[in-house]
Design a protein around this ligand. Structure first.
Ligand code: SF4
Ligand code: SF4
Length: 479
């Protein structure tokens, strides 16, 4: 977006980054560990408030119960989805597909408008590292400078003690995060029950949670910005979704350049080359080189530079949320055809999902003939014959609502001639799948009249919800 006009290939100090390689690698390609300095400012306050909210959402929500059910549970093993006390059973893969695809297009829409807002404000990677792990670093090992000195210093008792305390806290938090995410799938009470028994009783789940804990520990404690820089697929794709109207964290080179030290004092711009923006960057980049893939839009550099500008009595915003068009003096379009396409596609999938969920509570009926004799013929008290057909009625539905239904013969002329006998009375369905025996009693005359199929109406609150066709079986007897 902007060019670093006055940069030479030779770094001038430790914060002047080499233009040929990442800030997190040295000349030999080894990792350079970052110690981002602390920053104060309105963007940090806003972000950290939001991080607390998200930490609550990520870590507390699955432990809250509504109507005796977890507030949110995605039980992939039983294909059940619970939200705010409602459960949808037998969830099809299409449901998951619709959730993922609508979310992806919504993120694409947000990216086209606000750049990597997801990375800086909502990604669990950023929320946990910035909101928790860096705070632990500061609490246990002190400021960025002290942390750097401790790591580069000799192995002392103090160093071992601080590292032990820090990694123990990391481990406790990682365990809690891993268990919470397992709770999203298994349900917190079930997870608690499992925790009270030997791990060997639920070996698979125990191993999965331990592996996940290890991954979190390594990622949040050590790998950190490397994940955003080299592993995150979204980070690689985001430039495709953005354009010159997208709002990104950007350096105003027109105002800042030429920076201090490169020209005489009367010609210099507002940037005093203090590197404060570089020192606070969690991915170690220099935003003055323009929008880069490594930028997670965390806004630290905005606050850092604003602090400097305030001290210099210059207007804030040398680094700010802006678009390429705005920086070039053009008007930024708030909505572009690209963002409209993204949001339309996202909403189409959301509407499909809602329609799918609203219809998923409907009951489905199947009649299976009894496995013993297909029919029985018995004699009435008056000597006439009566045919009995035995079925098992299987009822499935995906919603969480209880259904109370009534069965009746559709053909008015047959209502007196065919009797439907059920064991359950009323027929109440409150499980995703239920089976109940059904008996049809009728005169063999019906068969001699050519009736071989019977239409049965299913009514809920006197409203017709289903019609099921049931085959009749029996001998043709004319009495
Ligand atoms: S350049 Fe600024 S916004 Fe981007 S990651 Fe670094 S500090 Fe955060
Ligand atoms: S913090 Fe501001 S003044 Fe300092 S180097 Fe960065 S852009 Fe320039």
């Amino acid at each position: 977006m902007t060019d670093e006009k006055n940069n030479t290939n030779k770094p001038k100090n430790q914060f002047e980054l080499d233009p040929e390689r990442l800030a997190t690698t040295d000349e030999e390609g080894h990792r350079v560990y970052l110690y981002p300095e602390d920053v104060k400012g309105k963007w940090k306050d806003r972000r950290h408030l939001f991080y607390w909210f998200l930490t609550f959402v990520y870590l507390v929500v699955p432990w809250i119960y509504i109507k005796n059910k977890p507030m949110l549970q995605i039980d992939i093993f039983h294909r059940e989805f619970t939200l705010m006390g409602n459960t949808w059973f037998g969830i099809e893969p299409i449901f998951l597909f619709l959730v993922i695809i609508s979310t992806l297009f919504f993120v694409a829409f947000m990216t086209s408008l606000y750049g990597r807002v997801w990375c800086g404000w909502a990604c669990p990677q950023t929320v946990f590292i910035q909101g928790l792990f860096l705070k632990i670093d500061k609490l246990v090992e002190g400021s960025a400078r002290k942390r750097r000195e401790l790591d580069q210093g000799p192995l002392t008792f103090e160093k071992i003690a601080r590292k032990t305390v820090k990694w123990t806290i990391y481990l406790i938090i990682s365990l809690h995060i891993a268990h919470t995410f397992a709770g999203y799938i298994l349900g917190p009470r079930e997870l608690l029950q499992m925790s009270l028994h030997s791990p060997m009783e639920n070996r698979g789940i125990f191993i999965a949670v331990m592996i996940f804990t290890g991954i979190l520990l390594l990622d949040f404690g050590w790998f950190r910005e490397q994940f955003c820089i080299i592993a995150c697929p979204y980070g690689r794709m985001q430039s495709v979704m953005m354009d010159e109207n997208s709002l990104v964290v950007a350096y105003d080179s027109k105002r800042g350049e030429p920076r201090r030290g490169d020209v005489s004092k009367d010609k210099e711009g507002d940037c005093i080359n203090c590197y404060h923006c570089v020192k606070v960057c969690p991915t170690g980049i220099d935003i003055r080189r323009g929008t880069q893939l490594e930028c997670i839009a965390c806004t630290n550099c905005i606050d850092a530079c604003d602090e400097v500008m305030e001290k210099l009595h210059k207007p804030k915003g040398l680094i700010r949320y802006s678009s390429e068009n705005e920086l070039m003096g053009k008007i930024r379009k708030a909505i572009t055809p690209r963002s409209i396409i993204y949001i339309v596609i996202s909403f189409s999938f959301i509407i499909t999902l809602v329609t799918f969920l609203s219809q998923s509570g409907n009951l489905n009926f199947q009649f299976y003939r009894g496995i013993e004799a297909p029919f029985q013929v018995v004699k009435n008290a008056d000597g006439s014959s009566l045919v009995i057909n035995h079925f098992t009625m299987k009822v499935t539905h995906q919603g969480s609502t209880e259904h109370i239904v009534k069965l009746e013969v559709q053909d008015l002329a047959l209502r007196d001639k065919v009797q439907i006998v059920t064991i359950l009375n009323p027929l109440k369905f409150d499980k995703p799948e239920m089976k109940t025996p059904i008996f049809l009693k009728f005169s063999p005359k019906i068969l001699s009249e050519g009736k071989r199929m019977l239409k049965v109406n299913v009514k809920e609150n006197d409203i017709l919800t289903n019609t099921v066709e049931v085959p009749l079986a029996g001998p043709i007897i004319n009495n």
